[in-house]
Structure formats: C-alpha cells, structure tokens
Design a protein around this ligand. Structure first.
Ligand code: UTP
Length: 292
C-alpha cells in the first residue's frame, strides 16, 4: 500500500544544550528566541506547512515552558482583549491553534535515537517526520514540505542533506551515497557514519536535522547500542534500517542555520531580523551605522 499522507512530526527536545551554556542552564535551548519566536515554533510551523497536524514533542526535565508556550494563555488573552489589543491577541492565540501537540518524556538524554524511540506509541505504524528544533531552515518552499513530496515519490525514508566542506563534516552524520539519475536532489544511501574522524568521511554530504522515517525505524532503535559520544544515535538506527529498506538523502533547497550553536544563532538572528516585515527596515538602517 502506498503512503499518501504524513500527519505526524516528532520534535526531540530533551537534550541538555551544553553548547549554549549558560543560557540553557534553566531555559530550554528550544525556547531560545530567534527575533520574536522561540526556535521550536519555527520548526512546528514548518511541519504544519508540510501537512502535519499532530506534533509530538519529546521533552525532559526543565522543559515545561515549551508546554506553556503552545498552550492557551487565558490571563494574557483576557488582558489583551480588555485593552482592545486585537493584533497582539491574535498572535497570542494563533500559537495555541497551530496543531494538536502531544508531549512525551525522555527521562534521561541518552541520545537522539533514544529520544525518537520515546515517540513510538504515539506515532504508531505510519511514516513520520522528525525535526530537530535547533536546525532552522530558511527556504521559499518549507524544507519539510519539499521532503514530504520526495517521500511520496520514493515511498522510502528521506534524510535532509547538505554539502558541508572540509573537516566540519566531522560534526555531522555523513552519507555514503550516489545521486539518483532521475532526480538529482535524491541521493541513494549506501551507508552512513556518525561524526566521522577528519579524513575518514565517505563524502561531504551531511545529514541535517530533518528526517522522514518509516515506522520500521522503531524496531531498529530498540536494538541499537551506544555509538558516537556514547549516545544512542539515530544514525545507527537508520543504518540498520538500510539492511531492510531503501533510504534516500535529499538535497533540500534553502539555507540552514545551526541555531543550537552560539555563532550560528547570532547569524540566524541577523538574517531573520533583516528579513522581518516590520523590524527589518529599521534594523538594516541601524546596522549600517556600525563602523564594521
Ligand atoms: P543536539 O546534540 O543538538 O542537542 O541534539 P543537545 O545535546 O541538547 O545540545 P548540545 O550538543 O549539548 O549543545 C539535537 C536535538 O535533539 C535533542 C535536543 O534537545 C536537540 O533539540 N535531543 C538530543 C534529545 O531530545 N535527546 C537527547 O538525548 C539528545
């Protein structure tokens, strides 16, 4: 039976965010604010634009503000209503209306593969999207929408991919792959390696934080053992999946920011501020006054 609809998206958000200390000591990394929205809201909006109606957030200790963010806020709404601030009221309400959001917990941050496994019962036996909320993808067609279309074409798991030059690839999962002759954006995956030591990478094609996975991945994740960094790696689960099914990389169209990293976050902030409808023009003029 061909899959024709993907409705669920999983957001692993239970990590410790150590690269962003001290900001992430008491604030979830996923709630860091990029211009005027927390990182995770960008991802949720992308999943909704790709047709997802059910969002599953994998949370952990100290992550409760995410639940508050996507919930209704009756006191705030009543106050804005009383003051007739209708535009702000609409902004506050729209966040809680984005999608049906369910939370599940990862009791210990044992790795991305383990985090995705926590969503098994809620996802059930259907293909699903995974979005890492600290990867922000700026694209004219939302990245996950591009990938969902590729999934309908291949009926196989799809991994968002981009070329990362030089030894920087060692920070990523890396694909050993060949471009599909009919669709050069699709890369047929032979195998993959998580965080290859410099010089050992099979290619410069990195896996980014966007995946569409078939439900068989859960069976694979149940059997993986700790891999790179001592963590239960999603890449190892997908590598096991490759023994049973085809898997494709997908060279998405767009630009990714690693907003879980301080430098990446700063760059994303400037780019998104410059593009912002209301804030952009003034911000651009102000930036130009800097003697850079
Ligand atoms: P990262 O490796 O970027 O997140 O994982 P991290 O571990 O929180 O960050 P650093 O490296 O220490 O700074 C990507 C996503 O996967 C989630 C994270 O919350 C993040 O959104 N994750 C990671 C989990 O949910 N559980 C884990 O065990 C690991």
């Amino acid at each position: 039976m061909a899959y024709t609809k993907i409705t669920k998206a999983v957001f692993p958000a239970a990590g410790m965010g150590t690269r962003f200390l001290p900001a992430t000591k008491a604030t979830p990394k996923e709630m860091l604010c990029l211009v005027d929205k927390p990182l995770i809201q960008y991802g949720v909006e992308e999943a909704v634009a790709a047709g997802c109606t059910e969002i599953i957030i994998v949370t952990g200790r100290g992550k409760a503000t995410m639940e508050d963010h996507f919930d209704r806020s009756p006191e705030l709404e009543a106050s804005l209503e009383a003051k007739n601030k209708t535009a702000l009221l609409e902004i506050a309400r729209s966040v809680s209306k984005l999608a049906k959001i369910t939370y599940t917990r990862q009791s210990e941050p044992l790795g991305l593969g383990h985090a995705v496994l926590q969503a098994k019962q809620i996802v059930g036996n259907e293909p699903f999207c995974v979005l890492l909320p600290d990867d922000i993808v700026d694209a004219s067609i939302p990245c996950m929408k591009q990938m969902v279309e590729a999934f309908y074409e291949t009926q196989s798991s799809i991994l968002g991919s981009e070329v990362v030059e030089g030894d920087a690839i060692s920070a990523y999962g890396c694909l050993d792959c060949t471009p599909d002759p009919k669709n050069p954006r699709l890369l047929a995956v032979k195998t993959m390696v998580e965080k290859p030591a410099p010089g050992t990478q099979p290619s410069q094609n990195a896996i980014i934080g966007r995946y569409i996975l078939t439900p068989r991945i859960f069976e694979m994740l149940e059997h993986i053992t700790p891999g790179a960094g001592g963590e239960l790696q999603l890449t190892d689960g997908i590598k096991a999946l490759l023994q049973h099914e085809k898997v494709y990389g997908f060279s998405y169209e767009g630009k990714r920011h690693d907003a879980g990293d301080k430098q990446g976050f700063l760059r994303a902030t400037v780019e998104f501020a410059l593009k912002h409808d209301k804030l952009g023009p003034d911000f651009r003029a102000w930036l130009k006054t800097f003697p850079l």
